[in-house]
Design a protein around this ligand. Structure first.
Ligand SMILES: Nc1ncnc2c1ncn2[C@@H]1O[C@H](COP(=O)(O)OP(=O)(O)O)[C@@H](O)[C@H]1O
Ligand SMILES: [Mg+2]
Length: 233
């Protein structure tokens, strides 16, 4: 079953066209890596899929419903690109940050506890965010995305600025969520080698379109794919 379908999706910020024609689909349980150069429109695509931006053309279906009719937003978790919540001085505990993600307050204690357990952060629930390492803060944001027990999670460059060991732990957690809970993942990353290794397959954003690339294609033409996923700071 397709959990997500995009057909000929188009989008522009004013006169600047970002997406020309984006078509792709994700099936339940898929672990998809989304790559593409900085500025190619990856974050914009996620915002369209979350209904935060309106496409100028094309169609989106979520869980087999047109996005306009879709209301079960608790089925979708979102870890945005490094945001203000990472501000070291943000005055909130681990538990409070996760609570912010709740769609309904029913049974909130156990939902928060469960989400924190999944990322091995339950023992740190009363810590202030600023007391945590970058990798731990990252896991709190995943817990926040998990708290409504979603079926699909979008992660936008989640490990930028996190040390290598924490990145490794982070990918282990994602692997477990995908394999054990059959959680569907769409992971944006510019680290081609890592996502090619972690994800089931990759989709690449280039010149306003998306193409699916298999691991075999990437192995064959590594240089091309590295340059097309490179992050220009
Ligand atoms: N709110 C905005 N208003 C105008 N232009 C934007 C806005 N957000 C992003 N852009 C532009 O749209 C393009 C795609 O951005 P983005 O989706 O963030 O790319 P990526 O996530 O692949 O780096 C970039 O050229 C960026 O400057
Ligand atoms: Mg981005």
């Amino acid at each position: 079953m397709n959990i997500l379908t995009a057909k000929n999706l188009q989008f522009a910020y004013g006169s600047e066209t970002i997406l020309k024609s984006v078509s792709f689909e994700i099936k339940k349980g898929d672990y998809v890596g989304l790559i593409g150069q900085n500025g190619s429109g990856k974050s914009t695509l996620l915002k369209l899929l979350l209904g935060l931006l309106q496409p100028t053309g094309g169609e989106i279906e979520l869980f087999s419903e047109p996005i306009k009719k879709f209301h079960d937003w608790e089925k979708i978790g979102y870890v945005p690109q490094r945001s203000g919540i990472f501000d070291q001085s943000f005055p909130a505990t681990v538990e409070e940050i996760v609570r912010m993600g709740l769609e309904t307050k029913i049974d909130s204690k156990s939902k928060i506890h469960h989400a924190l357990e999944m990322v091995e952060m339950a023992h740190l629930k009363d810590k202030q965010l600023r007391e945590l390492s970058g990798g731990q803060q990252q896991r709190v944001l995943i817990a926040r995305a998990l708290v409504n027990q979603p079926e699909l999670i979008f992660l936008d460059e989640p490990v930028v600025g996190v040390d290598t060991q924490s990145q490794h732990n982070f990918y282990q957690i994602l692997h477990r969520l995908n394999k054990d809970l059959n959680l569907t993942l769409l992971l944006v990353s510019h680290d081609l080698d890592v996502v090619a290794h972690e994800a089931d397959y990759l989709v690449m954003m280039t010149e306003g379109e998306i193409c699916k690339c298999t691991k075999e294609m990437i192995e064959k033409d590594k240089k091309k794919y590295i340059s097309l996923s490179h992050h220009h700071e």
